[in-house]
Design a protein around this ligand. Structure first.
Ligand SMILES: Cc1cc2nc3c(=O)[nH]c(=O)nc-3n(C[C@H](O)[C@H](O)[C@H](O)COP(=O)(O)OP(=O)(O)OC[C@H]3O[C@@H](n4cnc5c(N)ncnc54)[C@H](O)[C@@H]3O)c2cc1C
Length: 490
């Protein structure tokens, strides 16, 4: 692995020259800018763990392509054990950063594309698999961070890609040359984009055969000509601009993954970096596999965050003198129960994983969808319970400036204190941490990341094997299975 440590990762970003805007101005160095540096540090943790003896087995793997040791975030799952190790790794990273550490979207994209392009080659005699493996070897050897770029802007949601008034609402090919393709459009909500090395673009939905120009998978360097990024606004981000350390809640790491718009203004992708071009019939399975891998993660990374939140409210209850009250203990118990329930489904969909024709392993898709569907509820319930236990001060307390003020600091200290043994600063810091982890931008990812709740419900219903369940019921109720009448043809 060329980039071996967190510090080397941060250094590697300084060598890139992506065009990134934030609040109307260009960001020159994402590793130093107050809005982006917390996200850089969270992603750096994925590099740092590889070097810690305790986590090396989870954070790294042996490449099936080169037999060299690589970051697990660039690995193609070779067995069920790999799937389980990924889940364990994500929970630990969630616990250590308290936020999204951004590298799994590209990781899941790599795994989905790997298995699907193998099957395309089998059917069409194309050479996508070899092209993809060549690029993947590069990613593994260099240990690069990859944006998993699936979500298109989508414009009018009642219309498909080819029916939009503006064709750029879905990323598409505008020119095909002998040496490659030229693409135009955008991807929204791109986690970790401003601090990644490469973008892996994928279609956002299953496409029909009229939408060949939209059936594109390819890899693009983050600073390729024509690529522009606009970093998203987050709740309370002005607090970071002014470098407030207590009031941001988590000064070291971000609130969410640090999402950006990526606009592609006629970006050229050379042929050896194009992995799907026009094979519309495989877009459904690609989105389906990517989504399942990604949905499995949420019962791991988000449970890491819930561990932090549960710890935060438990300490706050001690500070406020409520820790021994029965309803507080019951609410903390419920938070733990919901968290472990989510983790169980992440582990379960990994244990039930199976091999695809390429040799790569897939999670159980039904259980992965159930996992993510529960995240859209349980994480919110955990946040609700945390807010209940915390009290109203997390929304109303004065700022860090007032705490440190010579004129009014004594008032803040006096009236925001809890039990006398614990300093008032602890209560304020923990309160701000809970505010950052339950409010504003923090929770939206649990609802819409890896697909809105309805996307999981569609898959759950589709994979619910209702015919088999009906047979089970009929067998027990002694109802014979009649053969279906054949339709008469006119
Ligand atoms: C923090 C965060 C990080 C993310 N990171 C990434 C990333 O790294 N890579 C990536 O590719 N994506 C990423 N996403 C995108 C995520 O996958 C999408 O937000 C999700 O798929 C929903 O798409 P949308 O936001 O466009 O919402 P919409 O698709 O507009 O959904 C909004 C609502 O409308 C409903 N709806 C939409 N269309 C229809 C329709 N045709 N018929 C009926 N109902 C409809 C939905 O069910 C939902 O209730 C991220 C999202 C978030 C919030």
């Amino acid at each position: 692995m060329k980039i071996n440590t967190g510090a080397e990762y941060i250094e590697s970003l300084r060598k890139l020259n992506p065009k990134i805007y934030y609040k109307g101005k260009r960001i020159e160095d994402v590793t130093k800018h107050p809005a982006t540096s917390p996200h850089v540090r969270a992603a750096a943790m994925t590099y740092a763990l590889s070097n810690q003896k305790k986590y090396r087995d989870l954070a790294t793997a042996i490449s099936h392509l080169t037999r060299r040791r690589i970051s697990r975030f660039t690995h193609v799952h070779q067995n069920v054990e790999d799937l389980i190790k990924k889940i364990k790794l994500l929970r630990i990273l969630g616990q250590k950063t308290g936020t999204c550490f951004q590298r799994c979207v590209g990781f899941d994209g790599i795994n989905a594309v790997y298995s699907v392009v193998f099957e395309i080659d089998q059917k069409h005699g194309t050479d996508y698999f070899e092209r993809f493996k060549k690029w993947l070897r590069y990613i593994q050897d260099e240990n690069l961070m990859v944006v998993g770029a699936m979500t298109d802007p989508k414009g009018d949601r009642s219309k498909g890609p080819t029916d939009q008034d503006d064709p750029d609402q879905y990323l598409h090919v505008v020119d095909r040359r002998d040496d490659g393709i030229v693409i135009r459009g955008a991807k929204l909500h791109m986690t970790g984009a401003i601090n990644s090395h490469e973008i892996l673009v994928m279609p956002t939905t299953a496409l029909d055969e009229n939408a060949k120009d939209y059936a594109i998978v390819g890899a693009i360097p983050i600073d390729a000509p024509g690529v522009t990024l606009i970093f998203g606004r987050q709740a309370s981000d002005d607090r970071r601009d002014k470098r407030e350390y207590i009031d941001v809640g988590k000064s070291k790491f971000g609130v969410v993954g640090g999402e950006a718009v990526i606009a592609f203004d006629d970006v050229f992708i050379p042929k050896d970096r194009v992995f799907i071009d026009g094979e519309t019939s495989f877009t459904g399975i690609l989105v389906y596999r990517f989504a399942a891998h990604h949905r499995a993660n949420y019962g791991a990374c988000k449970t890491g965050l819930m561990d932090v939140l549960t710890g935060a409210v438990s300490y706050l209850a001690q500070i406020q003198g409520t820790a021994k009250r029965s309803h507080i203990k019951d609410k903390v118990t419920e938070m733990i129960h919901l968290c472990e329930t989510l983790y169980s489904s992440s582990i379960a969909c990994s244990v039930e994983g199976c091999q695809t024709p390429s040799g790569a392993y897939m999670v159980d898709t039904m259980l992965a969808n159930v996992c993510k569907q529960n995240v859209t509820r349980f994480h919110f319930e955990v946040a609700r319970l945390a807010t209940d236990i915390a009290g109203g001060f997390i929304a109303t307390m004065p700022s860090e400036y007032d705490l440190k003020s010579e004129e009014v600091g004594h008032i803040v200290r006096k009236y925001f204190s809890g039990v006398s043994e614990i300093p008032v600063e602890d209560r304020i810091k923990i309160g701000r941490l809970i505010e950052a982890m339950t409010g504003g931008t923090a929770m939206v990812e649990s609802m819409h990341g890896a697909g809105s709740p309805q996307a999981q419900r569609i898959m759950i219903f589709r994979e619910g094997k209702l015919d088999e369940k009906i047979k089970l019921a009929k067998a027990l109720a002694n109802i014979p299975n009649k053969k279906k009448k054949e339709k008469k043809s006119d």
